[in-house]
Design a protein around this ligand. Structure first.
Ligand SMILES: [Zn+2]
Length: 178
């Protein structure tokens, strides 16, 4: 049975470490870790999670997009594991939008991200994949990829004025809907 693991928060040294490449994707421990990451991500109602967030400094991330209040047009996506990902190409254009993180609960910020990014990774069967992500998925990829290089979303903000607390974020979202 997949386990719901503890999510490490900003301040835990592992959140700032550069994750190591996974040498053997088919290893039982890695496959179990992927199952546990998916379980933890889904139960936490996250759209993504990276291995360092659950205490493993390994280059594994989960993307599990679904439509949400902030991104009503976000695609529905089966939770997908991306292993040893790398960025091949991206457009210079960046757009700012709101992000949050399971490792920084209670904080939201406007984060500039590339709107188009081409990446390469290995899936959980060990097959190499080349994929283009746009808009929300591009943002999600960049957010999770940052966790693999010891960065979090507040490192990317242009100004501290772009950082707000969850309660005010909810107020702002309600205003946008009204
Ligand atoms: Zn995060």
């Amino acid at each position: 049975m997949p386990q719901h693991l503890e999510i490490f928060q900003l301040g835990a040294p592992i959140i700032r470490m550069v994750a190591k490449r996974v040498p053997d994707i088919k290893a039982v421990e890695i496959q179990t870790l992927i199952d546990d990451m998916i379980q933890t991500c889904v139960e936490s109602k996250g759209v993504g999670i990276a291995a360092p967030q659950i205490g493993h400094s390994l280059a594994i991330m989960i993307m599990a997009s679904y439509p949400n209040t902030r991104y009503p047009y976000a695609p529905q996506m089966e939770p997908t594991a991306l292993i040893n990902p790398r960025v091949i190409d991206y457009t210079e254009e960046q757009v700012k939008d709101w992000e949050g993180c399971l490792s920084l609960p209670g904080i939201r910020a406007l984060v500039p991200r590339h709107t188009y990014i081409e990446v390469q990774y290995f899936d959980r069967e060990g097959r190499e994949q080349t994929v283009v992500f746009r808009d929300f998925l591009a943002r999600l990829f960049q957010h999770e990829y940052d966790h693999l290089i010891g960065k979090v979303f507040i490192d990317r903000v242009e100004s501290t004025q772009d950082v707000i607390m969850e309660k005010e974020y909810q107020r702002l979202m309600r205003k946008e809907i009204d």
